[in-house]
Design a protein. Structure first.
Length: 659
């Protein structure tokens, strides 16, 4: 079969490349252009690109899909040189044959008023194995400099065409023109997925071509209709990362085709795309899922059911979760199907996500709990509304307690009941019961995680000094505790002190004590003492003091005037800050900042700020909560203004005056 593909590549690649009409037409004007006309800040830009997908029929083999990609890229800066890359991934796993041919790579430069061409050498093309299923064809592009133009063309031939690879009309660099043409035989029926908010010009057409059904003379041929879909965009600005963004690919303008039916002549149509229920059924009843949940003998010796008698459902859950985490370590591989099986993973003490969390589900059921697996798409896997098998890339466990579904994951040390690795907090999961029934589960927490930071501060008794000292106590709950535990794991006191002193300027930290690092039954807390220079300003007989100086918000995280993509705060959480300052003897309050109360229903943002005198002390309290995880880009200015108001308020000073 591979010989057929190689022969086909040799026969057709040159003919296909000739269809890329923009190649080989580099001008001196293009080479000497110093800035991109569409986006002057660009380090590189795509001047033109074309993608072509077409199918070729081989007798006794069937259809093969061919993808031909051609690009013309301009380099403007030194930073742009390092971003030039030609890497083409292709599948090498079982059941699929794919090959990649680099048709041509040319670098153009201006030298002494003339165009100089540098062609690729054969030893500049090599394969890099990514994992057991994928390789990457890599190319070292020659003589790339500031001002260079690079042109290349490559072809990928595959006998897997259930999915036509997505074509991106938006990238991190500007695109002056992008054309994508897909030619589909009448025997293959595809559904189309289009994402993004840019205008895509589309032309549909139908053509007729002959395909040969036999290899021997006299050849038997039939006429076949071919639907031609051509998509074009022009002058597309780069899609840039923005602060508080989940996955940029969720918003990137792109198109993808999914095979829904094969309808060959004189044969019954074969449906490929499954309904939602059929898809879940095929996953659940397939190898590596349902049968794994039924296995119990491998762990029955380590679970004594008498040890679970008299325990609450939550205590049982905690006990089983701890058992799995202590018995099996995660090999950092995702997937909702097992690879080696739960039994082998338990014996070898390592496994992928599916092996660990299906094992967890089985054990929870064994001790009498209602536990079910949940199919999940991680944040990096994105959101896929088409509902394919690739929609999901991992699986969690769950337990039902007091009619509430609580999430579980045993792949990491600091996960807990309803505290799972944050990469799972994405969109909706699919919970599958043991009878095959399923329903959707919101993966976003329905509770607020809490960060509480409290400072007690005293000014130096030396009336000429602007320093002070105090104690701090930080308490973190739920996901904020998970983040703290994960960050602080294995850190020494010196490392933590250095980090704190870097965060709080002019501070000398000492006496750090941490509670609840490994005890998940309690909140995570940290206490320390500190001395701080330049804590106040003394002007004449007055002291100026900022009670929010330890809060750590120095600038608005939303600096841009406009926002393209929605804001993602990852999870609902509350920041609580409190500072208590003892008023020095012989001083009285001259000025206290006014209280502030902010709330915006559209963004779910709320903040409260107050400063008051309580029994000879100044008490500053601040609380900021984020209740909505996702905020639409149309409400961006409200978010920006919210932070502007907070920043303005927390810069205000308390003024103390000597009697």
């Amino acid at each position: 079969m591979k010989k057929c593909i190689v022969l086909f590549l040799l026969l057709v690649s040159s003919a296909v490349v000739q269809g890329q009409s923009f190649l080989g037409k580099v001008t001196l004007e293009e080479l000497t252009q110093e800035k991109d006309s569409l986006y002057p800040e660009a380090d590189t830009s795509i001047l033109n690109e074309e993608g072509l997908v077409y199918f070729e029929y081989f007798p006794e083999i069937g259809f093969k899909m061919n993808q031909v990609v051609s690009r013309k890229i301009k380099v403007y800066t030194k930073d742009g040189i390092s971003s030039i890359d030609l890497s083409v991934p292709y599948y090498i796993g079982n059941g699929v044959t794919e090959l990649v041919k680099i048709n041509d790579v040319i670098t153009y430069n201006e030298k002494n008023g003339k165009i100089e061409r540098s062609k690729i050498k054969s030893n500049a093309i090599f394969d890099d194995k990514k994992n057991e299923n994928w390789k990457i064809k890599k190319v070292i592009i020659p003589d790339v400099k500031e001002g260079s133009i690079i042109e290349y063309t490559y072809t990928v031939v595959s006998d897997y065409f259930n999915i036509i690879p997505a074509w991106n009309f938006q990238r991190s660099i500007p695109i002056h023109k992008s054309t994508y043409e897909v030619r589909i035989p009448e025997f293959l029926v595809y559904t189309t997925r289009v994402k993004g908010g840019i205008k895509i010009n589309k032309i549909n057409n139908v053509e007729t071509k002959a395909i040969r059904l036999t290899n021997t003379y006299p050849y038997k041929e039939v006429r076949m209709k071919e639907s031609v879909h051509k998509y074009t965009v022009t002058d597309v600005l780069p899609l840039r990362e923005e602060p508080y963004l989940d996955n940029i690919d969720n918003y990137r303008a792109s198109i993808q085709f999914d095979l829904s039916m094969i309808n060959y002549p004189n044969q019954r149509p074969r449906v490929i795309a499954l309904s939602e229920s059929d898809l879940i059924k095929s996953i659940y009843e397939g190898n590596g899922f349902k049968d794994q949940l039924k296995q119990t003998k491998y762990f029955e010796k380590v679970i004594n059911l008498q040890d679970y008698e008299g325990l609450t459902e939550e205590e049982k859950t905690q006990k089983v979760l701890a058992l799995v985490k202590n018995s099996v370590s995660w090999n950092e591989k995702f997937g909702y199907l097992t690879r080696d099986g739960v039994k082998k993973a338990f014996e070898q003490k390592t496994g992928n996500v599916a092996e660990i969390n299906l094992m967890l589900t089985s054990m929870l059921r064994y001790v009498g709990l209602k536990s079910n697996p949940i199919l999940v798409s991680t944040v990096n896997n994105g959101i896929d509304l088409s509902f394919q098998k690739t929609t999901f890339n991992t699986v969690l466990s769950s337990v039902e307690i007091n009619q509430a579904t609580l999430l579980l994951d045993a792949t990491e040390k600091y996960t807990d009941i309803n505290i799972v690795p944050p990469h799972n907090l994405n969109w909706e999961g699919i919970l599958i019961k043991d009878n095959g029934q399923f329903f959707k589960v919101n993966m976003i927490p329905n509770f607020h995680s809490v960060s509480s930071e409290s400072f007690v501060f005293n000014l130096s008794e030396d009336e000429t000094s602007e320093a002070g000292s105090g104690q701090a106590m930080f308490t973190y709950k739920d996901y904020i505790a998970y983040f703290a535990r994960t960050k602080r794991q294995g850190q020494s006191e010196e490392q933590i002190s250095n980090e704190l002193e870097k965060t709080y300027k002019n501070m000398d930290v000492k006496g750090i004590r941490i509670y609840g690092q490994d005890d998940l039954s309690r909140a995570y807390s940290m206490r320390f003492s500190f001395d701080k220079a330049n804590a106040v300003s003394r002007i004449g007989n007055e002291i100026y003091f900022n009670p929010m100086q330890f809060f750590g918000l120095d600038a608005n995280p939303f600096q841009a005037e406009e926002r393209v993509m929605p804001i993602s705060f990852r999870l609902p959480y509350v920041d609580v800050y409190k500072l208590t300052l003892t008023i020095p003897p012989s001083y009285t309050i001259e000025y206290l900042p006014e209280n502030m109360d902010l709330f915006d229903q559209a963004t779910g943002l709320k903040a409260f700020y107050s400063v008051e005198e309580v029994e000879g002390k100044i008490v500053c309290s601040f609380e900021c909560s984020k209740s909505l995880v996702h905020v639409e880009a149309s409400d961006y200015k409200k978010v920006k203004q919210f932070y502007d108001k907070i920043l303005e308020k927390i810069e205000e000073q308390v003024i103390l005056k000597k009697n």
